[in-house]
Design a protein around this ligand. Structure first.
Ligand SMILES: [Zn+2]
Ligand SMILES: [Zn+2]
Length: 365
């Protein structure tokens, strides 16, 4: 079928809206009429080609829409169902079987390979192959072919416009607190980097009953937002020493930290500030090859450093839980969203890069 999609043709090049052809759904695929798609940092990283994804390509991996057609083996959804989309996993490796799809051993190939698991491409323009299957989906278009494992059925009484960011950015921040750190009632947590992921983490810390929630950033307006979303304390790390301040606030060290910037210096601080037995979860993505140093004696005192991909969650379970919290007024993630049309995708990307949009969401229809 003919669709309209945002195609990237060269590294660092613009998104170009083009008419292209999308394949029919295979047995394990779902054709989704995309209503909205969030724009995530990873889409911009893919455009820069920091991840070697084949071009020309269509990105987008936070979709929400309506099922149009399903493949012969699909049982999870039927035409007309409302769905959100999340990352792809194989379902058969050890980590998938243990309920940890974010650590799927096939993760890179399935999410960044530009093709279906069997190696075929889902899109073309004339005779030219257009690479897709980005995170098993490619949602920067009017329709997307989504692998069944990437599809999450969502309730039809919540607008699809707002649901797209749940499948990556929001589940990552919220899952970092709830699944990776398991920060419980009465605990203290510091969140480094207050973008949409960091703010999702703050909302999750509130829901989890953390009594001390410390937001750290260099932008005053982000810190103001952190307070609005439930941070009990904020620290401007451009103006004061966050390690000393957190130690003062927590009597010598904090139990949990979440690193959302991907900056080695910040990661080190998020570990230095831990109390004995404390845990730091790393969400921020640094370019391949970047290293960081820790003091060995500091780690020896029972401290843990843990990596976190996609909030360590099973999207099918976690996303509906966040939606339920949203309906109860306890997880107002919709406040992060700034809407754009598909035609405005380059503006949305620029606003995201400059910090003018916390979470850019494209409306497709
Ligand atoms: Zn797997
Ligand atoms: Zn993402």
């Amino acid at each position: 079928m003919k669709i309209k999609a945002a195609v990237v043709r060269e590294a660092k090049g613009p998104f170009i809206i083009e008419d292209i052809e999308l394949d029919e759904p295979r047995a394990d695929e779902v054709l989704v009429k995309i209503v909205s798609s969030g724009l995530c940092h990873t889409d911009l990283v893919a455009r820069m080609q920091f991840l070697p994804i084949p071009l020309p390509g269509v990105f987008g991996h936070e979709g929400a829409g309506i099922v149009e057609k399903v493949g012969s083996q699909v049982t999870k959804v039927k035409p007309g169902d409302h769905v959100a989309t999340s990352f792809m996993s194989c379902g058969t490796c050890v980590n998938c079987k243990k309920g940890r799809p974010g650590w799927c051993t096939e993760f890179r190939r399935l999410n960044f390979g530009g093709r279906r698991p069997d190696g075929s491409a889902t899109m073309k323009k004339g005779k030219e192959t257009v690479y897709g299957s980005f995170f098993g989906q490619s949602t920067f278009g009017t329709y997307a072919l989504v692998g069944e494992r990437s599809v999450i059925k969502v309730p039809s009484d919540v607008p699809l416009e707002i649901l797209s960011p749940l499948g990556c950015g929001i589940q990552t921040g919220a899952g970092g607190v709830i699944n990776t750190l398991k920060a419980g009632p009465g605990s203290a947590i510091a969140i480094f980097g207050i973008g949409s992921v960091g703010l999702s983490a703050i909302m999750a810390a509130v829901v989890s009953g953390c009594t001390k929630i410390i937001g750290v950033d260099i932008m005053e307006e982000r810190l103001k937002l952190a307070k609005e979303f439930g941070a009990t304390h904020v620290i401007n790390s451009g103006k004061s020493d966050e390690v000393e301040e957190i130690k003062t606030l927590t009597v010598g060290g904090i139990e949990y930290t979440l690193e959302c910037t991907g900056i080695p210096k910040v990661f080190r601080q998020a570990v230095d500030v831990l109390m004995m037995g404390g845990t730091c979860a790393l969400i921020g993505v640094a370019p391949v090859g970047v290293e960081v140093n820790f003091e060995m004696q500091h780690i020896l005192d029972g401290r843990t450093v843990k990596g976190c991909v996609e909030g360590d969650c099973i999207p099918e379970l976690f996303v509906p839980q966040i939606i339920e919290l949203y309906k109860q007024g306890r997880f107002p993630f919709d406040r992060l969203i700034k809407f754009y049309s598909l035609d405005q995708i380059n503006e949305a990307a620029e606003d995201s890069e400059k910090g003018k949009a916390l979470k850019a969401v494209l409306k497709m229809q």
